[in-house]
Design a protein around this ligand. Structure first.
Ligand code: PFF
Length: 472
């Protein structure tokens, strides 16, 4: 590992390039890859969605990822301050920092409900662990239970307010533990240990699934391209997925970029991060669909795929409860490295803004996220009928969880990303930007074209569909 310093600013930083790469991959790889990607691919017809998703990662996600990390590395500060610095040095209005402030707000909102899902995952680890103790190692999970009882696992959890809030608090508490310890001794240590563990689990479960018999069917489902399935809504779903998966539009990569040393080549690093994230999404598909197909279950269960459909599959599997434990542990690890990134974004902002030290700053943000998160945790039970933004058509009939998810992914994230591409592509000083990217002149030209034109225009498309879903 090459020791790096963050521009001699005395600010915290990653201890090496690999630490940054692992932490950034940890931020990108999360519930978005394991829970959202298979569900979206299943609901959107498979191959056509997957191919367009890859197209979006390369042509829109990657240029934006580089744009975000370069703002952070140039500024060596919290996300809003980094954006302000680049704006000031480019002779532009300091108000451009709003793109990052919006990201900080989104990260805070997302972490509040992301930890609720993290809590559900912990509960499933527990369910399979206790099942292992009850029914033993051999044979499938949940022996002697009928399908209705397995089906009921999910509503039993989602309908129990006390439990969902407690699990949310537990997951948030674990997240806070790592953030409070700091960049190099908390976040980085976690990423360096947990990301390799995650990859081992992912590969092990995928290889296991490949022997389960339905691997070819899954390959065909995920990779056979049928052009007629590529509709407008599939394309937009793929774009939104690419975006969420790469952690773009919430200032996460600006924040992590702020801890990167001067010698790191940001372009190469961005390619590694995007490639790893996409690889995990595809492997997650190849891990989950064989299990689903082998058990003869439906692919388009959407968000319930993981919590309601998959547990059935573990019943008919040799060593089912053990595989279940490993599966949900893997999901939990991926979720944790992402929730840590999400909590770090507002924490670093609060530290800089108020001069608070890391521990009080992270505890304050976590407390806020807990209060808001409790509302999300209760939105599947006690507050199921509470629709906070019912007067806005886009959020009609949606509980707190769905409102926060929709508000961030359909509005705030695309707005912040459009502003980022305009800021980096059109507003910022070319020389400053070019010096940060580490690209050759030809690649520089291509990257600029993508950031200046393709990114803002296509993102404008997602935004329009997000706001006026009935138009398309
Ligand atoms: N990229 C994460 C996922 O795929 O689950 C979600 C996420 C993490 C978004 C961190 C934003 C972020 F800053």
């Amino acid at each position: 590992l090459v020791a790096l310093e963050t521009a001699g600013s005395g600010r915290e930083g990653w201890s090496s390039r690999s630490a940054f790469v692992l932490a950034a991959i940890g931020s990108a790889v999360g519930l978005g890859n394991l829970w959202r990607f298979p569900a979206e691919a299943g609901a959107n017809g498979g191959g056509a969605f997957v191919l367009f998703y890859i197209f979006c990662v390369v042509l829109i996600g990657l240029p934006l990822l580089l744009s975000e990390t370069l703002i952070g590395r140039h500024g060596q500060s919290s996300a809003p301050e980094s954006a302000r610095r680049l704006a000031r040095e480019s002779g532009a209005s300091r108000h451009w920092s709003i793109l990052a402030s919006l990201g900080v707000l989104s990260a805070f909102l997302i972490v509040s409900f992301y930890c609720v899902v993290g809590g559900w995952v912990l509960h499933y680890v527990w369910i399979f662990t206790s099942d292992l103790f009850q029914t033993g190692l051999s044979g499938g999970a949940f022996q002697g239970r009928d399908p209705a009882q397995i089906e009921a696992l999910w509503p039993n959890l989602a309908g129990n307010g006390g439990l969902t809030v407690a699990l949310d608090a537990l997951f948030l508490g674990i997240t806070l533990f790592f953030v409070a310890r700091g960049v190099s001794s908390g976040i980085e240590v976690m990423a360096v240990w947990l990301m390799p563990a995650f990859f081992v689990l992912l590969i092990a479960i995928t290889v296991y699934g490949a022997f389960g018999g339905a691997f070819h069917e899954s390959m065909a489902f995920l990779f056979s391209f049928e052009p007629h399935k590529l509709t407008g809504s599939v394309m937009l779903a793929a774009l939104g997925q690419a975006f969420f998966s790469l952690s773009l539009g919430v200032a996460g990569m600006i924040t992590y970029g702020g801890y990167v040393g001067r010698k790191v080549n940001l372009a190469t690093t961005s390619v590694i991060i995007a490639a790893a994230d996409t690889f995990v999404a595809l492997v997650a598909g190849l891990c989950i669909f064989p299990i689903v197909f082998a058990a003869g279950l439906g692919v388009n269960a959407g968000p319930a795929l993981m919590f309601q459909t998959l547990p059935h599959a573990f019943q008919s599997m040799p060593f089912g409860s053990l595989v279940g434990i490993f599966f949900f542990l893997m999901v939990g690890v991926a979720a944790l490295t992402s929730s840590v990134a999400l909590l770090e974004v507002p924490t670093s902002w609060l530290m800089e803004k108020t001069g608070l030290r890391r521990v009080p700053a992270s505890c304050t943000i976590a407390l806020g996220a807990m209060i808001l998160g409790a509302l999300s945790a209760l939105s599947t039970n006690e507050l199921a009928e509470f629709y906070p933004l019912n007067f806005i058509p886009l959020f009609e009939g949606q509980g707190v969880f769905d409102v926060l998810d929709g508000l961030t992914s359909k509005l705030f994230m695309p707005i912040a990303a459009i502003m980022t591409s305009v800021f980096v592509g059109w507003v910022s000083d070319r020389r400053l930007v070019n010096a940060e990217t580490g690209l050759s002149p030809t690649l520089q030209g291509i990257w600029r074209f993508l950031v200046c034109w393709l990114c803002p225009l296509t993102l404008f498309g997602i935004l329009a569909v997000g706001i006026f879903p009935n138009l398309f």
